[in-house]
Every structure is written in C-alpha cells, then in structure tokens.
Design a protein around this ligand. Sequence first.
Ligand SMILES: CN(C)C(=N)NCCC[C@H](N)C(=O)O
Length: 296
Amino acid sequence: MTGAGESVINNPGRRRASGPGALGLVLGHPFDTVKVRLQTQTTYQGIIDCMVKTYRHESLLGFFKGMSFPIVSIAVVNSILFGVYSNALLVLTATSHQERRAQPPSYTHVFIAGCTGGFLQAYCLAPFDLIKVRLQNQTEPRAQPGSPPPRYQGPVHCAASIFQAEGPRGLFRGAWALTLRDTPTLGIYFVTYEWLCRQSTPDGQNPSSATVLVAGGFAGITSWVTATPLDVIKSRMQMAGLEQRAYRGLLDCVVSSVRQEGLGVFFRGLTINSARAFPVNAVTFLSYEYLLHSWG
Ligand SMILES: CN(C)C(=N)NCCC[C@H](N)C(=O)O
C-alpha cells in the first residue's frame, strides 16, 4: 500500500492490490446478512439480537450464507459500474482520464454518468442479488442428519429451482426495485466521491490514497443512506412468493410494509449497512483510481 501522503496514482510500480473488492466483500458480508434479515424478517429485535440468534442457531458460518455468488458477481458488476461511469463521462465531457484532473467534469455530468452506470449494473446484479438474499434468509442450522434440508442447497441449486418454478423472469424478481434503488443513488455515490476529493485536493492534482479512501467511504455511506428505503422494498420483493404472500407489485409492497410496520420500516438495516459501506467502498474506490491510472 502507498503511504498516506503519497498518491496511489503516481506509484504504478506498486504491487497491484489483488482483488481488494473481493476482500472488502468477505469482510462486509456478515453485516450484509444481518441487514437482509432485519429487513425481511420480523423475528429479530435488532442488530445484536439478530447476531446472537444467528450465531447460536447457525454458528459463524450462518453469517456467510449466500456469499459465493457475490464474490463472483461483484467483480463483474463493479467493472460494469465503473467502466460505464468512466466512459459516460468521456462521452459527456469529451476529456480523457488524464485531462480529467486538469478539467474536472461538472457535477451534473458526474451525476448523469453515475446514474447511467447504476442503471446498467442493476440488471446484471439482479439475479445474483436475488440468490444472495434468498440464501441469506435460510436460517436453518447446518444440516444435521434427520433435520429437514433447507429449501436451497446452494447458489446453483437456488438458481435452478427459481428458474424451474418461475422461468427466467423469476430470476429477475425485485429487479425493478433494484434498478430504482441503484440509478439515482449511484449518481449520488459518484458526486459525493468527486466533491469530497476536490475539497481536499489542490486543483489539477491527483487525490492522495488517504483522500480516496475517506471520500470513497463517505460516498458509500451517503449512497446507502439514500438507498435504504428501496433496499428494504427490494429485499421484500425478492423474498415474496415464498412463505409470505407475493405482493401485487412494488407499490403494494410499499403500502403493506408501511401499514404493518410504520415508516420506520424504510430504515431497517441502515446503521449496520452504513458501517459496512465505509470500508467496502473506500477500498473499491482505491482500486478504481489505481486501475484508472495504471491503465491511463
Ligand atoms: C447505494 N448503492 C446501491 C451503492 N452504493 N452501490 C454501489 C456500491 C456497492 C458496493 N459494492 C457495496 O456493496 O457497498
């Protein structure tokens, strides 16, 4: 890693941080599992209660359910997100990566490019996210002999049984809510990042590693705070059709959730998600800046 003062960008010779996105994801996955359970199940009183019950019932492994697919998909989804963002900025501002520091794009262009990336990555993410949420919500303990097996034996079996039961469209359950969640919030994600970087970097210079990490972390938190209400709805749409009744659509899910649990339902999992979002996105932006400039 580079020293805080040095800029990550001007040290192309530094060893490439291998798979930081995946590392961030592994560390963040237990938080994500607790978030999903708080959002879709009413049996937990809160974060600690969910953690204690999960650990008691399913041991430490319970926190890592549904992780294998996101490990694979996060690299693809992030490269689509950042690739589309970068190229959309190129099209909008007609400046190359190198010129970007000298002629920074307007926040409007950053927002539009971020929304474009958010929209396109959402559809690629949808099937992977559905399978992750379905597996994370399997609260059976490790299969003991004689105990009924969980509904899904793993990510591939989960995908196959959804496909068999509902056809290809079944794999896109909740995709509309996911797209509505990600499109505006990823515009916010990149605007927050760019704004924070520029606040602490002299004009025309590249941000230091420390700046990139802090700006990326707060971009993650800001975007997840604005994404949480639709994140709750998305998770519920993805779980609908199993035990609890299927909703007649996104609006029905919103109305019945508010009716049953009040407006607070929209902020389920916000705290734990924000705690997770800082390190995960700090690392994500650091590797993005690194790749951008080692390719630049
Ligand atoms: C608010 N949203 C949906 C986002 N910021 N998405 C992009 C970053 C997602 C990152 N891999 C993470 O898991 O936080």
